[in-house]
Design a protein around this ligand. Sequence first.
Ligand code: HEM
Length: 520
Amino acid sequence: MLSPAAYVGLAVAGWLSYQWYWFRQNLKKVSAIPTIGSDGFIGSYLSAWKYFVSGHKMIEEGYRKYPGGAFKVATFETPSRWLIIVVGPKLSDDIRKASDDYLASNEPTIDALQMDYTFGTDRPHTAAHHMQMFSRPMTRNIAARFPDVQDEVVNSFKELLPASEDWTSYTVMETILPIVTRTSNCFFVGLPLCRNREYCLTLEQFAVRLMMSAYAITLSPSFFRPIVAALTTNVHTTQKKLRSFLGPIIQDRLRMYEDSGEDNEEKPNDMITWLLDLASEDLRTTEDVVARLLISNFAAIHTTTISLSDVLFHLAAYQEYIEPLRSEIDSVISTYGWSKESMVRLHKLDSFMKEVGRMRGVNNVTSQRKALRDFTFSNGVVVPKGFTVGIASSAQHYDSTIYEEPELFNPNRFLPERLQEKHDGRNLATSTENDNDPSSQVKHQMVSLDTNYILFGVGRHACPGRFFAVNELKGMAAYILLNYDLKLPNDEKVPPPGQHFGSARSPNPSAKILFRKRRT
Ligand code: HEM
């Protein structure tokens, strides 16, 4: 008869043997791809921790060592425990062109965010009608709704970042987050709900809690995950709260459909209508609309907050660019007013923001895809079924064969007239032929996709919210430039460094900027 301790010992030994066997089998499938860090059984576990705290450095190392190739890192973010990272625009283009049958875009998000736990298994499928909603009615209605959103930008800043005569210090991320939530929700659900602090707080806290919960679940052994999830996630309370705010509005909207038909011109022009219009009859429910609004907010508010915060840190550090930006904004707004058309014409501001996105951004590895069957890149690298692959976006944005003096912050880098010049053997100038046609001006602006510039990803799964995000960001940055002076504490001339968690990046959440009412 064995003692209880012996049973425990046997169970642990069995579990470790299984882990070792599984590890060896997995590693064999990707052994042709070089590793940054260790590929030993214990060593890779330590490397995965290293990737978690300083993944960007490992990515830079891989990018330098394997130009035009691929490398792998051990990570907790994927079920295979490996992330394959491709280097350079050619292989990024292979990802852009790959069909969903080979490389799935939603699976890495489901894995990294532990969505089965954090959103629940009955969440709306990522490839469902809300994806069409982003690229069709939402994007088409940016111009029509821009004035409302800009009004809310003004109201939010006045209330949450009041311009005082004296320099006042603000913690940037925590100040910007509620402003972004409110203005984004002005577009998504309109007034008065977008001004309801409890509604906005529910959305903000969900995203923060979800990220923490996803990390906690990812770092736990699989048999503990349901317990960790139960202790850390808040999706059910969040949805319940959101249903209490949104339920009456959605029910009113459904009554409107019943009474006056679907083509009723009086329907409010917001995300609730756009979702209901695209939904099949059985999905026209409060639960479904709430779940899709939650996913939309999750995708929108933190990415936009990070991006605006980075822009502000750069404006505060590089004061010499403020006046030229102000004079561009004055001249465009005095001719075209506060409109989407004006935002397209703010070339200097666009180039400034695009340069910030190049040097900072929200991801170190972008456009992650999971192979649903073996996928072969144009250079012969094979990603076996079940493994995740992504683009070394942050390292690529510092590649001197693509960007001249990549370490230099050059906010004029993406100005249309500069893009006339030959760059990397390609003439990128195609956008300025017709200065009166805003659509031709967009071609090389921040929203445009390019395998050299991967802030918003590549291909058909590139960010469908980027058109709204960039217009909103420009509206907010323009408002700040016209109404505030800003500077870094101690008149620092370098933006504060950001922080990295594996494949993700954000500014330092405690970094500050001093603001005062504009004096010049
Ligand atoms: C500056 C702000 C934003 C940044 C930097 C950003 C960045 C990204 C990136 C890198 C991706 C992955 C693309 C790929 O896999 O190739 C993505 C996907 C996505 N984004 Fe954004 N995003 C932003 C704002 C928004 C907003 C405002 C919305 C919605 C209103 C949104 C909705 C989405 C959705 C739904 C996807 C998934 C697309 C798919 O899988 O087909 N994003 N975003």
